[in-house]
Design a protein around this ligand. Sequence first.
Ligand code: SF4
Length: 240
Amino acid sequence: MPTKSRVQKPLRRPKQSSKHSVSLARGQKQRFQQRLLKWYKQHGRDLPWRKTSDPYHILVSEVMLQQTQVDRVIPKYHEFLERYPSFEELAGAPVAEVKQTWYPLGYNIRPERLHSIACETVVRYGGKLPSDPDELLSFKGIGRYTAGAIRSFAFNEDAPILDTNVIRVLHRVFIATGDPKAQKAALWELSEALIPRGKGYDFNQAIMDFGATVCAARDPYCLLCPMKTFCKTFPFKGPK
Ligand code: SF4
């Protein structure tokens, strides 16, 4: 549940041209941060991967969550970690067996990638996943989102993340027009700019929960939403 805090490494700012920038109205950033963190304190979900900062556990949960609902991931997450408790154990297992253990989560490329990340972690990094963003991105199977999630949830850094939920929340609250898929650069920039210093862990968990439970894809709870006074989409009237 909420909270972890420690000294942060300097942020790496993504290289974006200014035409992508979203200008934030005075006080909007602080209002969003404060209301989101307050909401998370009261309503944040109690999930097993929030009880650990082990990079291996975080990676397993993130890969499982990529295409699968939380309630289906939870039992498989426990089973998988029981069977393969470390990068070494996973790297030493045959891929076919790992895929079998993964069943029925589906998208079998995921256990293959996880296995390959485990092998690479053991061979190149002595079984310890690095926290450096460039090193993380050099793994096949670790993209910008997963690298941000590992940095923020395992290494407690103020690293931005951008998954479906985060895209939806940021686009609705701060942009409201155009196709969010065509605005990824601006949304990454926003995701980074909004993180309160030293609170990346809670902020990122909060925005994902908020998108999953309040600012849902269909029928968001606009009337109860703490952002409604400044959300550019309020009240949500469905897709245009
Ligand atoms: S007011 Fe509605 S659209 Fe805006 S953030 Fe809240 S739930 Fe989402």
